[in-house]
Design a protein around this ligand. Structure first.
Ligand code: ADP
Ligand code: MG
Length: 500
């Protein structure tokens, strides 16, 4: 370490490193994985990086170690910098060591803007579910982070839309429209059942157009809002203003057009807006819960206009696409679900992606509130409730009163399932990290929940010493105290065993 570097405090150094990381880590991941992190220690060439949970530990270890290493090397002036990750459950937003990552991302984006006037990505809290946002870029100042923040339609993008056979055509059409708005398919009409991704696709197309053509004026509106605006404008005698507003844009997205059914005046107004926009080659995107022909209560002239463009549908995706969607959503939400649990949810949700997300939300609640990692056993009842107790595929557990485990072998079976380590490996002498950890967990549960003696546990587990067992038990107890994620994992095993 050079003396100049040592003079700075670790927080300042980490801020500089994060600044560099912001350039190479995808933004949503940056915000998810680097919040509540801090440098705990720098010793020689080793930087000990504190992360708040085992989930962030695993993700950072998997994906970002080498970029962190490189960025740290640059900031610290050390080529052979080593990064050591450590879970520190006490790190949280109010911790003096922790940097406000959202603010940092904003200022990093701003800095980027000054260098190159390009990115139109939304920064900051991307969890906004605001679905009705309008903007007119011409009147806006240069694209800067604050502006982007306020006006981003939503977090939906074409990249986070998972494509499968059931929505491929719709996706392709949206993608084409986003590259050449007003030229490719006009109007673009997307239809399909509730919760299958119409709004997502539509807003994603808007976001994509905005990114490619920052000067285009884009307007997303639900049919309901359009109707209300019209009623208000008529009441205030401001219909001319409203017309001007709607006819002076480059891309109009109107969601859930079926709500215009039987609203004659709104339909007429929309018809004229539609014509004017189409004649001037402005893009129109429409969504509906059914194809144009089946839109009862809508004027024939409107229906034939819709039929002139491209009509695409979205259907309920197959199980593979559902699993892929779940995986992406888990990443976005910063939760880890095992492949078995993902597979289980994907197989047992039958109506919409929204329902899939509903189950995921419950899994997250379970994770956060009850301190347990979701398993098939705990997720099963959640889906049962949503499915009105339809029987579940792959749900092997009885719903009767829990039977308490009484033997070390039962504990071993559960641990083995959870950690993917076989019983033989635990009996054996391997010191591989994951095997040793699983073995220690078995010891701990046998001691604290089954009340077995160190001697007996050691004996059952292939003749291990009393002191080894004692040491393992206290190690697990400490880990559980220190690390929230680990505690949840162990608790969910204990729950499965009827020990909680
Ligand atoms: P709709 O407008 O068709 O009722 P939404 O677009 O609101 O449905 O979708 C419901 C939820 O499902 C949204 O959170 C959306 O992001 C998600 N979703 C739907 N389809 C996909 C997909 N193919 N990939 C990723 N997320 C999806
Ligand atoms: Mg919708």
């Amino acid at each position: 370490m050079t003396p100049t570097v040592l003079k700075k405090d670790t927080k300042e150094l980490w801020r500089e490193i994060l600044f560099k990381l912001y350039a190479s880590v995808p933004q949503s991941q940056f915000l998810t994985w680097f919040k509540n992190t801090a440098i705990l220690e720098i010793e020689g060439q080793t930087v000990t990086l504190g992360v708040p949970t085992s989930i962030s530990f695993n993700n950072i270890a998997d994906k970002f170690l080498s970029v962190i290493q490189q960025a740290s090397g640059e900031v610290l002036g050390q080529e052979a910098c080593q990064i050591h990750l450590k879970i520190d459950g006490t790190l949280h937003r109010r911790d003096m060591r922790v940097i406000d990552i959202v603010r940092l991302a904003r200022s990093a984006a701003k800095k980027g803007e000054e260098n190159a006037l390009a990115p139109t990505k939304a920064v900051g809290d991307i969890s906004s579910t605001n679905t009705e946002t309008e903007y007119a870029s011409d009147a806006m100042p240069r694209v800067g982070p604050a502006y982007v923040d306020r006006t981003s339609i939503s977090r939906h993008t074409l990249t986070n839309f998972i494509v499968g056979p059931e929505n491929q055509l719709a996706y392709a059409a949206c993608s084409a429209v986003s590259k050449a708005p007003g030229q490719a398919y006009n109007p673009l009409f997307i239809y399909g059942g509730v919760g299958l991704g119409k709004t997502h696709l539509m807003q994603a197309t808007g976001n994509e157009i905005k990114a490619r053509f920052p000067r285009k004026k884009i307007l997303y509106v639900t049919s309901e809002k359009f109707t209300n605006e019209l009623i208000q404008a008529i009441g205030n005698q401001k219909t001319a203003d409203l017309r001007r507003k709607y006819r002076d844009i480059d891309v109009l997205m109107i969601d859930d057009i079926q709500f215009l059914a039987n609203k004659q005046q709104t339909q007429m107004e929309f018809f004229h807006t539609f014509n004017e926009l189409q004649q001037t080659k402005k893009q129109i995107i429409i969504s509906s819960d059914r194809p144009p022909k089946e839109l009862g209560g809508l004027e024939q002239r409107l229906i034939s206009r819709f039929e002139c463009g491209m009509i695409v549908d979205v259907q309920f995706p197959d199980v593979e696409t559902r699993s892929a969607i779940l995986r992406v959503k888990c990443k976005e939400r910063g939760i880890y679900l095992s492949e078995e649990v993902i597979d289980f949810i994907a197989h047992n949700v039958h109506s919409s992606i929204r329902e899939l997300e509903g189950v995921l939300n419950q899994a997250i609640a379970l994770y956060e509130l009850s301190q347990t990692t979701p398993t098939i056993k705990t997720i099963g009842p959640v889906i049962m409730k949503l499915n009105q107790n339809r029987s579940l595929q792959g749900y092997h557990y009885q719903n009767g009163p829990k039977v308490r485990a009484t033997t070390l072998e039962e504990v071993m079976d559960a641990v083995s399932l959870f950690f993917h380590v076989s019983g033989d490996e635990m009996y054996g002498s391997s010191r591989k990290k994951e095997i040793a950890l699983a073995r220690q967990v078995v010891m701990h549960v046998a001691k604290t929940d089954l009340g077995q003696t160190y001697e007996k546990i050691g004996e059952t587990l292939g003749g291990r010493l009393h002191s080894t067992v004692m040491h393992s038990c206290s190690k697990i107890a400490n880990l559980m105290k220190k690390e929230e994620g680990f505690r949840r994992d162990i608790n969910s095993i204990r729950l499965d065993l009827g020990l909680l």
